[in-house]
Each structure stands twice: as structure tokens, then as C-alpha cells.
Design a protein around this ligand. Structure first.
Ligand code: IMP
Ligand code: MG
Length: 174
């Protein structure tokens, strides 16, 4: 599989993002909300670079997909410590594809009483956005290819890779 983004590139970019994000939330109550399961690596590596008080929450969202690149209906699952009333939220996901997931989660968190909702994604796929989502922090923009690793999965596998690779089409085409 072709490596698209190396471990070193990811780690260096996270340091830059943390330097951008940290000062924005100094003296503001911050909850970082990770979208399960894809954001786990991104979240874990990013928060360890932020030396500000913060809370971590997790929210489950899955858009059931038949073929890997076709988004299905969005399903919101359980939340872990997601009382965001009166708090600023930084919502983290692995990738912005069509935007369906983040579009709905932003609305959900605003309805829960978050003071503000900003969005950070490790990857933004070019030419795929259907829903308009304002993303505040982007790790990398990538071409329209199916990628796995560093949290991103195919059939819940490959998430543990410390880098991002392109999954060859013959591995997910039916
Ligand atoms: P969206 O709702 O269409 O923006 O899709 C977001 C979700 O689709 C992500 O959280 C991923 O779980 C999944 N996804 C989209 N593109 C890829 C990819 O290239 N590899 C792995 N998962 C992807
Ligand atoms: Mg996901």
C-alpha cells in the first residue's frame, strides 16, 4: 500500500496545529469532542501537545457504508461525557469527506448548549464535500482516494497504522 502521509509528517503537523489551537482556548472552558472511532489517534496525539486545561469527550457517529466511498444514513450513538453546556467545543474527526457527519454533529452540539463549536480534521478530501462545513483546523488536504491508517479504517481494520496509506481499489471494490 502506498504511504500518503508518513508518521513524521503527521507528528510535525500536529505540533503546528497545537500551537495554533492552544492560544485560542487559554482561559476558556474547552471540551475536545472526538468522533469515535476514527479520531482516536488524532485526539490522543493532539491533546498531549496542548498545555491548557481541557476536558475530553467522545461521541459515536457512523455513516453506514455499503461500498467504501458511498455514504449511508448517519447514526448517532452513545456519548461519553458530552455535557457541553456552557463550554467551548473543539470537535475532532479523522476526515472530512461529504461533510454529513460533521454537519450533523455541529448542530447537535450547538443544540446541547455549547458556547462555540469549532472543527478540526486530520484530513480533508478534495472535491467530496456535499454539506457546507466550516472547518477551522485541517491537518492535510488529500486527493479523492480511499485512505486508511492513523484511525481511519476499512471494515474497522487498519486503524492502528501510525501513518496514512491509500487502500488499493481492488481491496474494497465488491
Ligand atoms: P462524511 O460524513 O461523508 O464526511 O464522512 C466522514 C466519515 O466517513 C469519516 O469519519 C470516516 O469514518 C469515513 N470516511 C470517509 N472517507 C474515508 C476514507 O478515505 N477512509 C476511511 N474512512 C473514510
Ligand atoms: Mg469515522
Amino acid at each position: 500500500m502506498r504511504v500518503l502521509i508518513t508518521t513524521e509528517q503527521i507528528q510535525a503537523r500536529l505540533t503546528e496545529l497545537a500551537q495554533e489551537i492552544g492560544p485560542q482556548y487559554r482561559d476558556r472552558p474547552l471540551t475536545i469532542v472526538g468522533v469515535l472511532t476514527g479520531s482516536l489517534m488524532f485526539l490522543a496525539d493532539l491533546v498531549r501537545r496542548l498545555d491548557i486545561p481541557l476536558r475530553i469527550a467522545l461521541i459515536q457517529a457512523s455513516s453506514y457504508r455499503g461500498k467504501a466511498t458511498t455514504p449511508g444514513a448517519l447514526h448517532l450513538g452513545s456519548e461519553v461525557l458530552a455535557d457541553v453546556r456552557g463550554r467551548h467545543v473543539l470537535l475532532l474527526d479523522d476526515i472530512l469527506d461529504t461533510g454529513q457527519t460533521l454537519h450533523h454533529l455541529i448542530k447537535h452540539l450547538e443544540e446541547q448548549g455549547a458556547l462555540s463549536v469549532k472543527v478540526g480534521v486530520l484530513l480533508r478530501k478534495e472535491g467530496r464535500q456535499v454539506h457546507t462545513v466550516r472547518v477551522d483546523y485541517v491537518g492535510f488536504s488529500i486527493p479523492n482516494e480511499f485512505v486508511v491508517g492513523y484511525g481511519l479504517d476499512f471494515n474497522d481494520e487498519y486503524r492502528q497504522l501510525p501513518y496514512v496509506v491509500v487502500l488499493p481499489a481492488e481491496m474494497y471494490a465488491s
